[in-house]
Design a protein around this ligand. Structure first.
Ligand SMILES: C[S@@+](CC[C@H](N)C(=O)[O-])C[C@H]1O[C@@H](n2cnc3c(N)ncnc32)[C@H](O)[C@@H]1O
Length: 220
């Protein structure tokens, strides 16, 4: 998979150079390119935003640099996404669907957002990471990239994916590691029993309890 991220703030993307995503890049499971939209603006001022027609607060990202940046990476196979609080809300199912694509282009807005003609011309899908407003699309693009890349084959173990929260209607059970007792708090005996059937039953029960308490909507 190739992920091209279009942004005015390329330095914000250091988190994608760490841990599991770093390894996925090194192992060539994914190629990530951070593309500076300003490189496609016109010299000498490289202006990328202007006041909104019709008035109102803030600035709007202009067509020209965005058109050129998109056209520099787009192919017939590209899925183009604009990170936007107006979009459909992202979730694990969405991440699974996106992980099947060979090329994602993630556009990060800033200020009041981007000129509508960019969205209309390229038939871009708008995608939100939740019902709140952030200063820019950089964090949302990283959220989407991270959650999609970890689903690519051999990036993490298949087993981790089938047992985790949102892989079914249940949230994940509690996890424990060594030591078996810490400050008087003991790990549940069943997890030390070696009885896999009992462990599976216990975990399922815990998952049910946690889901009922925190996210009863998932059980409906
Ligand atoms: C301040 S926001 C613009 C909000 C826009 N004026 C509105 O009311 O819908 C600036 C940029 O941050 C990004 N953004 C903010 N919140 C987001 C969210 N919940 N999901 C995805 N992107 C978001 C978008 O790229 C947006 O263009």
């Amino acid at each position: 998979m190739k992920v091209d991220i279009l942004t005015l703030f390329p330095e914000m993307f250091a988190p994608l150079k760490e841990s599991i995503i770093k390894r996925a890049v090194e192992d060539q499971k994914v190629e990530i390119n951070i593309i500076n939209i300003r490189d496609f603006a016109t010299p000498p001022h490289y202006k990328c935003d202007d006041e909104p027609f019709g008035g109102g607060a803030g600035m709007v990202m202009m067509c020209e640099p965005l058109f050129k940046a998109i056209e520099s990476v787009m192919t017939p196979d590209s899925r183009i996404i604009y990170m936007s609080p107006r979009g459909k809300v992202f979730n694990q199912k969405y991440a699974e669907a996106l992980s099947k694509f060979s090329h994602l282009i993630l556009i990060c807005g800033h200020y009041e957002g981007i000129d509508q003609r960019v969205i209309d011309y390229f038939h871009i899908e708008e995608l939100s990471i939740g019902d709140y407003v952030l200063t820019g699309g950089e964090l949302p693009a990283m959220v989407v990239a991270d959650s999609v890349i970890r689903l690519l084959p051999n990036v993490i173990k298949d087993e981790s994916k089938t047992e985790e929260s949102f892989s079914s209607e249940l949230l994940e059970y509690n996890q424990y590691t060594r030591p078996a007792e810490y400050r008087g708090m003991k790990v549940p005996d069943v997890l030390l029993s070696g009885n896999h059937k009992k462990i599976a039953e216990y975990r399922k029960e815990e998952s049910m309890k946690i889901t009922r308490k925190n996210r009863p909507d998932l059980l409906k």
